[in-house]
Design a protein around this ligand. Sequence first.
Ligand code: GDP
Length: 365
Amino acid sequence: SLTAGIVGLPNVGKSTLFNAITKAGAEMANYPFATIDPNVGMVEVPDSRLDRIQELIPAKKVVPTTFEFTDIAGIVKGASKGEGLGNQFLENIRQVDAIVHVVRAFDDDNITHVSGKIDPIDDIETINLELGLSDLAAVDKRLAKVERAAKGSDKEAKAELAVLQKIKPVLEAGGAVRTIAFDEDEMKIVKGLFLLTSKPVLYVANIAEDDMADPEDSKYFGVIKDYAAKEGAEAIAVAAEAEEEIAQLDDDEKQDFLEAEGVEEPGLNRLIRASYHLLGLQTFFTAGGKETRAWTFKTGTKAPQAAGIIHSDFERGFIRAEVMAFDDLDQYKTEAAVKEAGKLRVEGKDYVMEDGDIVEFRFNV
Ligand code: GDP
């Protein structure tokens, strides 16, 4: 399954955030935790559509979908040259599918900052420089091999050489591979290079609790957002320490806490949803009967493979999918009314699943 890695300088609040995520996850009734790696946390995807479906098509139980976060220890300057267990950290980042980059955006004289001052852009650039240098070393190594092979008639080597030559100057200028436009064939080659700066990134400003109600007031969040926008990336603000507290409360207490802070929902929920989208994940639902349930699929998944997420037999014996959009159920309120409105669709094996589809799969056993 896909996983989002939490990355950042030491002491910026990564563990606090990871604890908040796993504590929220630890309350999940449906998933066993004990067997999972301590650096991996499963989290439920908060989705109000599930409550609405349950209201309209009541089932015995409701099961949200989940995905993984991986906690990656702090990166320090020089990591790409092996400083502070650098290579190992970079290797851990290589294993994740998307990067959640945590940046310190709170003042607190009691919490030491590795470079002695709070400067979010400097912090972001320190990390991105290490990732870029590591990629540049990988690209150079690959170039040395491929250049030789490309001299002959090796078409694949020629294609890879062209991609490497496109990437190198961007990295040398301090840019990230994810900012380069590639066509489909080039993209396949890029994927095979497993470069750190090719992974999608979400910047998370760890703001002070005082700024929770109005993150735009934080003197640091704005600059982080601007930096992200220049890269075409998203930035969100959470107050990690407060989120860790919230995650431990029961539902009533949680509501009181949020009201006292003047916020509508935990920032953690926004972080979870944004990370889910960053990974290219979407949700379909099965509804009614024993359980109403949300399922995770990768953008672009076709109906039979989506059926296979529920059970491999469903994929093998796939006949068709009966699909209604969540928005249509929300509007027409019953499946019968959706059908009457002509919005209940019968889809075949080439149907590409959409976020919010409510599906019944028909299959041979
Ligand atoms: P990591 O090294 O990035 O994992 O950082 P930690 O999560 O261990 O946090 C470092 C220190 O900063 C701890 O003492 C945390 O309690 C504190 N900390 C984390 N988030 C916040 C925050 O939002 N506000 C304040 N004031 N302190 C925080």
